[in-house]
Structures are given as C-alpha cells and as structure tokens.
Design a protein. Structure first.
Length: 211
C-alpha cells in the first residue's frame, strides 16, 4: 500500500465481535480500523465514502440485508473496497452467495489473529484469502460438479428445511410449483434420497445447508 495504512471497516451486528476484531487489528502495523457498522445497510453506506480499503463483513445480521447482499451492493460500485467475509458459518449456502456477490475472501471467526491480519493484507492487494475449510469446499465443488447443489437448489432446500411447502417456496423464489418440484427431484438424485426429510438431513450433515 506504499506506506499508507490499509483502512478497514468492521461490519458486524455484535459489538463484542467488533471490539475483538478492532483489538486484534490494532496491534498490526500498516492496518487502521477507520469505522464500524452494526447493520449491513450501514456498511454499504459507509463503504461508499471512498476512504475504506477493506470491509470485514459478517454473513448474518439481525434484520434486513444480509452480508452477501451488502457485499454485492458494495462491490458493484467503481473503486469499491475489497470485502473480506469474517463469519462463523461455513456451509455452501453461506459461502457461495458471498463469493458470487464479489467477496475477495472468506475467513472464519475462529481463525488465529495472524491469519486475520494476513487475510486483510491479501484482500487489500486484490488477492483471494480463504479459510482452509472454505477452500476445500470450493475445490470439492469444482472436482465433483455433478454431486453438489446449485445455488438455486440450495435456496430451495434451505426453504424446505424451514418447513415451507412447494407452493410457498415458489412464491418466495418467484418460481412455478412445477419448477420447485423439478429442483427437488434433482436434489434427491444428487443426494441419493427419496424424501424432503432425508434431503434436509443429508444436506445438513454434508454442510450444504445450515439449520
């Protein structure tokens, strides 16, 4: 960064988490926390001021926009800061939307402090920083594309896990009921199951969706 500190925005709805991240980064030379945001909407607004290089973004916020949606809103702008996801969630249903939204990296909150600082520097350079388990998941998807769920299939199965009917899922995702059934049929085939309950249980066990 040519001697200029990497300016960081912390976006997390838990004050204790933000305080912990700030404390870790405060000990790192060349990294400066310039702002905090308690909501995803606030993060989008604050990131647009032009004085942030890296946003540390949680995936789940209490209400409103989630971390992936905020990431997409931030990264679609010109001269946008890099977004590094820092979360406790490592399922496909969390990872894929964030990466597709434009996140430069994806780190878990149990990472060692030195890994967090290294990821911030890596993200600031525009390079990808991934937690090992996240990298493994993405590599598995690349190696076995026929057995992993698409983003839409993941969305459908997540709503099944929430107890929604096919009709309700269709309304939520703007799909016909027939299309929902087609997605479920492909999900059953991929997971080797024959019921909604088994599909949810298997997908949860494999880390494809979060319960």
């Amino acid at each position: 960064m040519n001697g200029t500190p990497i300016r960081v925005l912390l976006a997390d709805d838990h004050p204790v988490v933000r305080a912990g991240l700030r404390a870790v980064l405060a000990t790192e030379p060349g990294i400066e926390v310039v702002a905090e945001a308690a909501t995803a909407e606030e993060a989008v607004s604050r990131a647009g001021r032009g004085d942030v290089d890296v946003v540390l973004m949680d995936i789940q916020f209490g209400k409103g926009m989630n971390g992936a949606e905020a990431t997409a809103a931030i990264t679609r702008r010109t001269e946008a800061p890099r977004v590094l996801i820092v979360t406790t969630y490592d399922t496909d249903s969390d990872i894929l939307p964030a990466i597709e939204a434009g996140a430069t990296g994806y780190l878990l909150k149990d990472a060692p402090p030195e890994d967090l600082a290294a990821a911030v520097r890596t993200a600031a350079e525009g390079r990808t920083a991934l937690a090992p388990t996240v990298a493994d998941r993405l590599m598995t998807r690349l190696r076995t594309p026929g057995t992993t769920l698409t983003r839409r299939e993941t969305e459908v199965l997540t709503l099944v896990a929430e107890g929604l009917s096919n009709q309700a899922i269709g309304a939520r995702l703007h799909l016909t009921e027939g299309t929902v059934k087609s997605h479920l049929a492909r999900i059953y085939t991929k997971l080797g199951v024959d019921s909604r309950t088994a599909a949810v249980a298997t997908a949860t066990a494999l880390g494809l969706i979060r319960r």
